[in-house]
Ligand binder design. Structure first.
Ligand code: NDP
Ligand code: MG
Length: 390
């Protein structure tokens, strides 16, 4: 029996790496849905090559383009948010949640209803609505497997261990493309400069989030949600080579580290083959050639985003949603050259301050998350524009 798989965000960096692995073993997989947004050509080509049932673009205005690209192939074409949910409703055994941003939450949540496996690259789902996502998975007997490389590494280092023997988990970060810039030059960094990563080849947004370490801040929150750990048992350390992805420190002092090349096919392949391991076409590490591994603590003055992660973990409720929405808006403003690189973290902090009284909540629902997402975006945009005007 071939496994029925869908890939949300198929045209992106994670999606393409996933299709690379699936495309190598056509007899193992039956591709149900592939989704994208703006890249219609790639979406259609991949849908044809992998004989998908349906191809969906999130952009309603591109439906006709997609129909034209798929005409005569027998592959269905669909567009818009409703079509993404309809695609997630099609029965599957394994789904890649590889859409970028808050938009990835709803399709991923829906796909859990089949009780299969959700391979979760979309970290925003956990940051904005971790408790909702994990409760929905439990309700349907579905499995959520981390795809973020650090969390996949932790997951692997935890196999066969008891959580009460875990003293702390440590996730590494490269420090991003501007790691060695003098602090006083950071304000002048352009989106192009911040969008270049020393080690990983990723989408533009996550690459800029690496330079601010907003990505690491998201990952600290993600680790808190996934492994149910308090903030004092989660740490981050800068490791410029990005070869150790994460470590678990146990009660006997042992540190279990996960190493691998900077190739997301590693974590994707682990989630695809779990609980087995199968051969993966990734480069092997040559330790003598690597020679050394470096570590240092992140400087809070360079990476103010990290402190915001602790604030989110301690506040809980809707603070992750507000944090993520404000961060997405700050990133839009930076990419649009409306604010500076160093304005992003203060803008997120000010948005959270403005919404402070609304952030705490004992139990959150999807409607509350949607409402807070919209409210925080609006607040961040307003504060960002005010700052530009002064
Ligand atoms: P990309 O920007 O490369 O790809 C994003 C995907 O989402 C594309 O398929 C894009 O379509 C689609 N998309 C964009 N906007 C929307 C929308 N509003 N609705 C539906 N689909 C949309 O991102 P990445 O692959 O880098 O990242 C995907 C997720 O994985 C993110 O959450 C990221 O944080 C996470 N991640 C990524 C890693 C990496 O190495 N890249 C590592 C760890 C986690 P199109 O391109 O056609 O417009
Ligand atoms: Mg990561």
């Amino acid at each position: 029996m071939r496994r029925r798989v869908s890939i949300f965000g198929a045209t992106g960096s994670i999606g393409q790496s996933t299709l690379d692995l699936i495309g190598r073993e056509p007899d193992r997989y039956e591709v149900v849905a592939l989704t994208g947004a703006s890249n219609i050509v790639r979406l259609a080509e991949d849908a044809i090559r992998l004989r998908a049932e349906v191809a969906v673009t999130a952009d309603e205005d591109r439906l006709q383009d997609l129909r034209d690209a798929l005409s005569g192939t027998g592959i269905e074409a669909a567009a818009g948010q409703g079509a993404l949910i309809e695609a997630a409703d099609r029965p599957t055994d394994w789904v890649m949640s590889g859409i970028v941003g808050f938009a990835g939450l709803a399709p991923g949540l829906r796909a859990l209803r089949h009780g299969g496996t959700l391979a979760l690259a979309n970290k925003e789902s956990l940051v904005c609505a971790g408790p909702i996502l994990l409760a929905e998975a439990r309700r349907h007997g579905a499995t959520v497997l981390p795809v973020d490389s650090e969390h996949s590494a932790l997951f692997q280092a935890l196999v066969g261990e008891r959580m009460d023997t875990v003293e702390k988990v440590i996730i590494t970060g490269s420090g991003g493309g501007l790691r060695d810039w003098p602090l006083d030059r950071l304000a002048s960094a352009t989106p192009e400069e911040a969008g270049t990563h020393p080690n990983w080849d990723m989408g533009q947004r996550i690459t800029i989030d690496s330079a601010t370490m907003f990505n690491k801040a998201m990952e600290l929150i993600e680790a808190h949600e996934l492994f149910d750990l308090p903030s004092d048992r989660i740490e981050t350390v800068i490791h410029p080579q990005s070869l150790i992805h994460a470590l678990v420190q146990y009660s006997d002092g042992a540190l279990m580290a996960h190493m691998g090349t900077t190739d997301m096919r590693h974590a994707i392949g682990y989630a695809l083959n779990w609980p087995d391991r199968r051969h993966l076409p990734v480069e092997r590490l040559d330790l003598p050639r690597i020679g050394r591994l470096d570590f240092r603590a992140p400087d809070p003055a360079r990476y103010p985003a990290i402190d915001l992660a602790w604030r989110v973990i301690e506040t809980g409720g809707l603070s992750g949603t507000a944090f993520n929405a404000a961060k997405e808006m700050a990133l839009d403003l930076f990419i649009g050259r409306s604010i500076r690189f160093t304005d992003m973290a203060p803008l997120v902090a000010r948005t959270m301050d403005a919404l402070e009284s609304r952030l705490e909540a004992d139990a959150i629902t999807l409607d509350m998350v949607r409402d807070m997402d919209a409210r925080a975006r609006e607040t961040a945009r307003r504060l960002g524009e005010q700052a530009m005007a002064t």
